[in-house]
Ligand binder design. Structure first.
Ligand SMILES: Nc1ncnc2c1ncn2[C@@H]1O[C@H](COP(=O)(O)OP(=O)(O)O)[C@@H](O)[C@H]1O
Ligand SMILES: [Mg+2]
Length: 241
């Protein structure tokens, strides 16, 4: 279980996350919805400990963190239990795609991920590109490579930030298939997105965040019958596009 309780964060004198409660169980797919600037990326950064919250509690499996931590939070990466694909999905420019995908796992002592990598790359159309450098790929191909890199360790928790942003509909469909399969195999997936249809196609539950606060959450069917006016407005505009 990944659980955040009363998470708050200020940046630049502004409240970016305000008393956020969030939870995801193994094998669940949860959509994190909300307008641009509402705090989705900030929440993923907090959940992954890359930008720890100012206050609140976070538990990732057996590990518990409490903020503020008087001693300072010991910097700790949750990889490979938790992996993230960020919006800019950075790859190492001087390494071929194959090495970009395999290096993090190799540094963790796992040298036998080739077979798994081939399967994932086949599913996302990356196999012919493995010998190329990131600069030789399109933005969409790079984004899919970053997704494969995050899936490769079979994480317990996978945080995806607008992972469809550079994808066409066919690749979004392939991603949906792959993510469903990963969830069935035990990975819990948080999908930060403003693509409501993508969220509806995949997620079991949703959180709707606005101005750093969770405004509404519940089973994904609830997106058909929003309880708050803010979510109703957001979904209405989405339907017009
Ligand atoms: N390092 C930072 N310093 C100051 N403000 C920030 C910083 N990072 C993000 N913000 C602000 O936090 C808010 C939430 O940003 P973000 O989490 O990126 O939103 P989203 O991912 O939902 O678009 C925005 O208003 C953004 O300008
Ligand atoms: Mg964002």
């Amino acid at each position: 279980m990944l659980r955040a309780e009363h998470i708050s964060k200020q940046l630049g004198g502004r409240q970016i996350l305000d008393d956020v409660d969030f939870a995801i169980a193994p094998s669940q797919i949860v959509a994190l919805l909300g307008p641009s600037g509402c705090g989705k990326t900030s929440l993923l950064r907090a959940l992954s400990l890359l930008a720890p919250p100012d206050s609140g509690r976070l538990s990732v499996g057996e590990r518990n963190y409490e903020f503020p931590n008087g001693l300072g939070t010991p910097w700790q990466t949750l990889y490979p239990e938790l992996t993230v694909v960020f919006q800019q999905f950075p790859l190492w420019p001087h390494l071929r795609i194959r090495h970009n995908l395999l290096l993090p796992l190799e540094l963790h002592g796992e040298k036998n991920a080739d077979g798994r990598m081939s399967e994932l790359c086949d599913e996302l159309g990356l196999t012919p590109l493995l010998h190329l450098f990131p600069m030789q790929l399109s933005v969409g191909q790079r984004q899919r490579a970053a997704l494969v890199r995050a899936l490769l360790p079979q994480p317990k928790y996978l945080l995806l930030d607008e992972v469809t942003s550079a994808q066409d509909v066919e690749h979004i469909k392939r991603m949906i298939g792959l993510l469903k399969k990963s969830a069935l195999n035990g990975t819990a997936i948080v999908l930060a997105t403003h693509l409501i249809r993508f969220a509806r196609g995949l997620a079991e539950r949703f959180y709707f965040i606005d101005e750093g606060r969770i405004v509404e959450s519940g089973p994904a069917e609830g997106l058909g019958t929003p309880r708050t006016e803010r979510l109703r407005d957001f979904l209405f505009v989405g339907d017009q596009l």
